[in-house]
Design a protein around this ligand. Structure first.
Ligand code: GLN
Length: 482
């Protein structure tokens, strides 16, 4: 069976028709991992033994004719999502040997359907970054060009799906970490509305922005996975107690009359011309299929990156204060309590994580709070208001996912501000708690994927997935050569 770019629905059919067994199927993926991952570096941990046990259990369910959509389906999970008994590192030396004694809520839900875990995928350390190059263990490469980054922070998940080392994966998105790597690796990823998916068991980066979501070969698989992982959870105080629709309910329905807004600031000179052109061409194609294009403006976009980094770093500084080398995680040396904590944190965290803790504590300290953090909160309200205004005249918003395609490894290493600015197209979605899907809209002259994002109203994942699917219908993705 050719597993490259094979979607979950096709795997479901193959399993239910007994064309392949669950154990054989995960065996195919492990073969692919053994062959390609030494070059791709998408996994931190591969869980072969557990997978074969899971597959056997799933097979019994399939044989009894009781398959759920994910029974026996192999999946990869980003290494900041806790799985009972499986090492969860957050790609940090701080958690190198951390084995959680419990499952994240999303893992409980996947278990209930009998999925098969392939392994834990690499990421930027503690999900801080957009390149997966700050991983302490596996600096993942882009499967379309091994000299380039896969994006981040869920770069391992996106690269693994693109190269056929998993049919789909879970990622997390605080400021673009599902959408941007999906865009760099030519796959589809959705950041659900904040509160749609429980954060219980997701190692926190910035709690008011973090959200778990799927990365898959297409929008239909994203809908299927979102159906599996969503829902209210009493273990997460910010989990939304709202009805959960079938996220594929609008898939295949015509988009005629649907209003798509194109805020002009997302098409400024900060975005590479080739990227802009691909997204605009896609908007024209959607117009041909019946959508109505609406021009609009989002003046607050120019404040989005500073507002995001202030909020995200402030929350990160607070969340990461729990890593003291005493309760769990990396333990340094020291004669006194203070020395021990200082040494553990100095050596356990990487440079980018420490930079953000410093920034966050600075912004929250007395005397600076009003000047920075409070201003960032005011900008947050402004961004929310501007989105509300646009959703008064349109159903969805179309933007590039990132200003450039995947860049060369090392290119942005010495310029954190440049790297932060590259998040301009994605961070407002997290600030406003909206759902957004990224899908491939074209390829550059040298064959690199270009992604576009479809942003929806809060809790309107069904419409963004409908539009993404409509687009994917007429689009033939190109697999990487790897
Ligand atoms: N690139 C952004 C950052 O570095 C987003 C990270 C994320 O979404 N986890 O903060």
């Amino acid at each position: 069976m050719d597993i490259k770019r094979t979607n979950i629905r096709a795997l479901r059919k193959a399993l239910d028709s007994k064309e392949i067994s669950a154990a054989e199927l995960c065996g195919e993926y492990f073969k692919r991992i053994e062959d390609a991952d030494p070059r791709l570096l998408s996994y931190i941990t591969v869980t072969k033994e557990k997978a074969l046990q899971d597959a056997e259990k799933a097979q019994a369910v399939i044989n009894a004719g009781n398959s759920a959509p994910l029974t026996g389906i192999p999946l990869a999970v980003k290494d900041n999502i806790c799985i009972d008994g499986v090492r969860t590192t957050c790609a940090s030396k701080m958690l190198e040997n951390f084995i959680p004694p419990y499952n994240a809520a999303v893992i409980e839900k996947l278990n209930a359907q009998g999925y098969v875990l392939l392994g834990k995928t690499s990421m930027d350390e503690f999900a801080m970054g957009g390149s997966t190059q700050t991983s302490a263990f596996a600096k993942t490469r882009n499967p379309y060009d091994l000299e380039r980054v896969p994006g981040g922070s869920s770069g391992g998940s996106a690269a693994a799906v693109a190269a056929g080392l998993a049919p789909a994966a879970l990622g997390s998105d605080t400021g673009g970490s599902i959408r941007q790597p999906a865009s760099f690796c030519g796959v589809t990823g959705i950041k659900p509305t904040y509160g749609r998916v429980s954060r219980y068991g997701l190692v926190a980066f910035a709690s008011s922005l973090d959200q778990i979501g799927p990365i898959a070969n297409d929008a239909r698989d994203c809908a299927l996975l979102l159906n599996a992982i969503c829902g209210h959870d009493r273990h997460d105080a910010t989990s939304a107690n709202v009805d959960t629709p079938d996220f594929s309910e609008k898939i295949g329905k015509p988009i005629s009359g649907l209003k798509i807004a194109l805020p002009k600031e997302f098409f400024s000179d900060a975005v590479e011309p080739a990227v802009k052109q691909h997204v605009l061409d896609a908007s024209k194609e959607l117009e041909k299929r019946g959508a109505v294009l609406v021009d609009c403006s989002m003046p607050g976009l120019k404040y989005a990156v500073p507002a995001y980094y202030l909020i995200a770093c402030a929350e990160a500084a607070s969340n990461l204060s729990r890593f003291d080398g005493i309760k769990y995680g990396f333990r340094g040396e020291g004669r006194t309590y203070e020395e021990l904590i200082r040494d553990s944190r100095s050596r356990g965290f990487g440079e980018e994580v420490k930079r953000r803790i410093l920034l966050g504590n600075y912004a929250l300290s007395s005397g600076y709070y009003d000047a920075y953090y409070k201003k960032a909160l005011a900008l947050k309200q402004e961004i929310i208001k501007e989105y509300n205004d646009i959703f008064g005249i349109a159903d969805v918003i179309l933007t590039p996912t990132a200003p450039t395609p995947a860049y060369k490894i090392g290119e942005q290493d010495n310029d954190p501000v440049k790297m932060y600015m590259a998040d301009i197209c994605t961070v407002t979605v997290n600030i406003a708690k909206l759902p957004a899907v990224s899908t491939t809209c074209g390829y550059t002259e040298n064959g690199l994927p270009v992604g576009m994002s479809i942003i929806g109203r809060r809790f309107d994942e069904t419409t963004v997935l409908q539009v993404a699917d409509e687009w994917e219908n007429g689009f033939a993705p190109i697999s990487p050569k790897l």
